[in-house]
Design a protein around this ligand. Structure first.
Ligand code: SAM
Ligand code: DTB
Ligand code: SF4
Length: 336
């Protein structure tokens, strides 16, 4: 029987999550070996193309206009600057380029047209293009897909129950609706969450259950540890410890065996040994580059040193493209 299931119960996931840490990591590592090439890690680079001034009240976010985080607001970047950054990321070893905008939702205006041009241009560099722009209608998702967008990131962040304690300006269902619009447009889905938002273990389990019981698992599942940002309501939250990160990564790996599990925000606080354990427990993707959207991240050079020590190799772009509707376009590009 295939291990890829979409009918997980809370009890089953709880039991996995609560296993002794090493037993959990070992089990996840075995699932990982069965479905993935050990040691191959997808490297994504992130760029904030529009920074700050966001109308939402996400309690963790440096970019929400209502919190005094000292962040400099920046309007949408120019096309050529974005392309230059994508080229640099590619040189650094990234196969995926993710562009983030501090928007509540996409509006049909000239800024969106410019983002469409960015997607087209980065796709032309033969990188997997990803965007995270807030809520999308089905029509907007189709436009992005037609421009060659490979993946759309839209995190559910936490459990449905805890959601209202973190964000009040939209609800959990809004997130699920956008994810479903992304699916309908035929793009791959990148969706995960954050730990360290004051949630319980049960909230973590429920968050993973929502993702794992989607009709198709998100192809990428970012697991973020809260980066506490001064000025936000969560600035003094207790820091997530490494074993909590291992538990989340390992449980995500077991309940979504084929997905890429991304060890996302929070790596600045983890040393090499701690990150290694996450890779052993099923993490096979990272964000690389010295800045995430607005907060620090290990730079390319130090990550490549880590890759060398651990014997990891960056995964090539479109390695899973046979799952992707833009395959033909991609193959044409590759043969030029
Ligand atoms: N505005 C869009 C949205 O919210 O979907 C896209 C950008 S938003 C910054 C992307 C994701 O980054 C959020 O959904 C959240 O999961 C993550 N994130 C934001 N701030 C974070 C922080 N301080 N620590 C960890 N993850 C964070
Ligand atoms: C995701 O899950 N993590 C990334 C990406 N998707 C867009 C964002 C992390 C942001 C961390 C806080 C910051 O740098 O502002
Ligand atoms: Fe805005 Fe996204 Fe930050 Fe929420 S997470 S405040 S929607 S930029």
């Amino acid at each position: 029987m295939s291990d890829v299931r979409h009918n997980w119960t809370s009890e089953e996931i709880q039991e996995i999550y609560n296993k002794p840490l090493l037993a959990l990591a070992l089990e996840a590592g075995n699932v990982h070996r069965k479905y993935h090439t050990m040691g191959e890690v997808q490297v994504s680079s992130l760029l904030s193309i529009k920074t700050g001034g966001c109308t939402e009240d996400c309690g963790y976010c440096s970019q929400a206009a209502r919190y005094n985080t000292g962040l400099e607001v920046q309007s949408l970047m120019k096309l050529e600057d974005v392309v230059a950054r994508a080229e640099k990321a590619k040189e650094g070893g990234a196969s995926r380029f993710c562009m983030g905008a501090a928007w509540r939702e996409v509006r049909n205006n000239r800024d969106f047209d410019r983002v469409i041009d960015m997607v087209r241009a980065v796709n032309g560099l033969n990188m997997e293009v990803c965007c995270t722009l807030g809520m999308l209608t089905e029509e907007q998702a189709k436009k992005l897909a037609d421009a060659g967008l490979y993946a759309y990131n839209h995190n559910i962040d936490t459990s449905e129950e805890h959601y209202g304690d973190v964000i009040t300006t939209r609800n959990f269902q809004d997130r699920l609706d956008t994810i479903s619009n992304v699916r309908k447009a035929g793009m791959t889905v990148c969706s995960g969450g954050i730990i360290g938002l004051g949630e319980t273990d049960n909230d973590r389990v429920e968050m993973l259950r929502t993702l794992a019981n989607m009709p198709v698992h998100p192809e990428s599942v970012p697991i973020n540890a809260l980066v506490p940002v001064k000025g936000t309501p969560m600035e003094s939250n207790r820091r997530v410890s490494f074993d909590e990160m291992v538990r989340m990564v390992a449980t995500a790996r077991i309940v979504m065996p084929k997905s890429a599990v991304r060890l996302s925000a929070g790596r600045m606080e983890m040393n090499l040994a701690e990150q290694s354990m996450c890779f052993l427990a099923g993490a096979n993707s990272i964000f690389a580059g010295d800045t995430l959207l607005t907060t620090p991240n290990p730079d390319f050079k130090s990550d490549m040193e880590m890759f060398q020590i651990l014997g990891l190799t960056p995964k090539a772009a479109y390695a899973d493209a046979h799952h992707h509707p833009h395959e033909h376009k991609v193959l044409e590009n590759e043969s030029c």
